[in-house]
Design a protein around this ligand. Structure first.
Ligand code: FAD
Length: 492
């Protein structure tokens, strides 16, 4: 299989690059080991589109964050993705922290982050009545926003596919292939070889390992876990904006936010660990989150918690992104160390990578504009947000939109069918990522068997072959009473 460019990883970084490169006449292959998107850090994070005041001026992070923020405001409309333009506050509890706010304000101005302002604790409480009375001041960033990260990654990759890119899920990249001059020829995977003169490494927490295959060990990924609480939507309105504590060396600290879909959420911790894939939550981590949440919002309604989760950051020692082409082997591009504010920065990173290919790898890849590029992409209809007239119209046109599958999030069979038949969902989790079926209060208790039945019917596979997230993650292990019947047969 021959391509012009291979992208390893389809998180927000790889998916964003794929969409950007689909603006050119290129044969693109995006390879991801996961069964559905997003996987990795792009699935489990705070979903904040940062204002851009937090990063040291002059770093790649500071440059891409402010630009990425601007681009997301436009992209969210183009790609039909939920973006809540809610703004953010960094909260200070004492004079030292107020000094820190002043530093962030100056830093933000240098980075080009617009509209920053320090306000008093009382003014903050006028907007956010549930925050602590101990907060003395806050840094307001009006351009900050919260995005639906599941929708965003799926929208980017879908847009890339509409414009000709090819996505290969469940495809684990196992090595790099080199030509006689020891330059890049492609990659080997568990599904066979893929050939291309340019390979882009956007493999998140695994990017360090893949970079070392190309001989670049100049950075090391330090997997750093962040744990969260996610609360029921009945908590909507507890806060309206994204609330940060003052940042420390360990990270931006525990935050309290309302997701783009109206759930209250709090986290993350920042714990270094060996295993890049360990996304378990821990009693200690969650206790730390709850303490941080209550510091910001004393009556944080933890009784409405519906799930906990964790994501793993691809931190590096330099603290900055590692985006560069290698001199040798030619054709290898690292887009690594994409930690926070990586989600925010991703569209700006994607533009930068396209420019880098033009300037530094023009002997290997030609970026000729694709005049047929279609910028827009439409999401699956979100039944929950439609008014009664719109719901009726949809159901009249297609009766499967009259069948509710997920009661908590009001997801219809029509949406699930759209995810499977037109958008390529093959697992319970893929349907969840595309439609939100299973993300509500009962966490799939009601809709999971129904989604499994629809997957079985539409994919024409036995029910016991349906998986939660690919591989051996099957839901059913056998028929009820089968072991007992077998035992009785044995006794005959
Ligand atoms: C706790 C936490 C909070 C965060 N909060 C924010 C925030 O509020 N705002 C913000 O801007 N950023 C935030 N970030 C950072 C942001 O989530 C990341 O920067 C971003 O998601 C990184 O995207 P990525 O595509 O580089 O990596 P990932 O999303 O991890 O994607 C990498 C992909 O590569 C695939 N892959 C890996 N190895 C292979 C292989 N060998 N073969 C095939 N596929 C492979 C994986 O399956 C995965 O899909 C946060 C991160 C964490 C963990």
């Amino acid at each position: 299989m021959n391509y012009d460019v291979i992208i390893i990883g389809s998180g927000v970084t790889g998916a964003g690059i794929a969409r950007e490169l689909s603006k050119y006449k290129l044969k693109i292959a995006v390879l991801d080991k996961a069964s559905e998107l997003p996987s990795g850090a792009s699935r489990a994070n705070s979903s904040m589109i940062h204002g851009g005041f937090d990063d040291k001026p002059g770093t790649q992070k500071s440059k891409f964050c402010v630009k990425g923020n601007k681009l997301w405001h436009k992209l969210a409309k183009e790609l039909d993705v939920h973006l809540d333009e809610c703004g953010s506050y960094v909260c200070a509890f004492n004079d030292d922290e107020v000094k820190h706010l002043e530093k962030l304000l100056e830093q933000g101005k240098i980075n080009g982050c617009p509209g920053l302002e320090i306000i008093s604790g009382d003014k903050l409480r006028e907007k956010e009545p549930n925050v602590s009375k101990e907060i003395v001041a806050a840094l307001w960033s009006p351009e900050a926003a919260i995005i639906n990260n599941f929708e965003a990654v799926n929208a980017l990759i879908e847009s890339a596919k509409i414009n000709g890119a090819n996505l290969f899920l469940e495809t684990l990249v196992t090595g790099l292939l080199f030509d006689d001059e020891k330059n890049i020829k492609g990659v080997s995977t568990d599904k066979g070889d893929f050939l291309a003169p340019v390979v882009i490494n956007a493999a998140g927490v695994h990017a360090g390992e893949i970079s070392s295959w190309a001989g670049d060990t100049s950075f090391k990924i330090i997997p750093t876990k962040g744990e969260y609480f996610l609360l029921d939507r009945t908590t909507q309105g507890t806060v309206h904006s994204f609330l940060f504590s003052c940042p420390s060396k360990a990270g931006k600290g525990v935050t309290v936010l309302q997701t783009a879909e109206g759930n209250l959420m709090s986290g993350p911790t920042a714990t270094e660990q060996e295993d890049p894939e360990d996304t378990s939550t821990t009693p200690e981590g969650l206790a730390e989150v709850l303490k941080g949440a209550r510091r910001l919002v004393p009556d944080f309604p933890i009784r409405s918690n519906i799930t906990t989760f964790a994501g793993v950051r691809a931190n590096t020692e330099s603290g900055d992104f590692e985006i560069k082409t290698l001199k040798s082997p030619r054709g290898f591009v690292n887009v690594a160390g994409i930690k926070s504010p990586g989600f925010t920065s991703s569209p700006a990173i994607a533009e930068y990578v396209a420019e880098m290919l033009k300037e530094e790898l023009s002997d290997r890849i030609k970026l000729t504009p694709n005049e047929n590029f279609i910028p827009e992409r439409k999401n699956i209809p979100r039944f929950l947000y439609l008014d009664m007239a719109e719901r009726k119209k949809l159901a009249d046109e297609n009766p499967s939109y009259a069948q509710i599958v997920c009661r908590c999030e009001t997801v219809t069979e029509g949406q699930v069918l759209e995810a499977i038949s037109r958008r390529g969902a093959r697992t319970i989790t893929a349907v969840k990522m595309m439609t939100r079926a299973g993300t509500g209060r009962c966490q799939g208790g009601f809709c999971c068997p129904r989604v499994a039945e629809i997957l079985s019917r539409e994919l024409n596979i036995p029910l016991d072959e349906v998986t939660r997230h690919g591989g051996e993650s099957k839901l059913l292990t056998g028929k009820t009473k089968e072991p007992l019947l077998n035992k009785m047969k044995g006794a005959e």
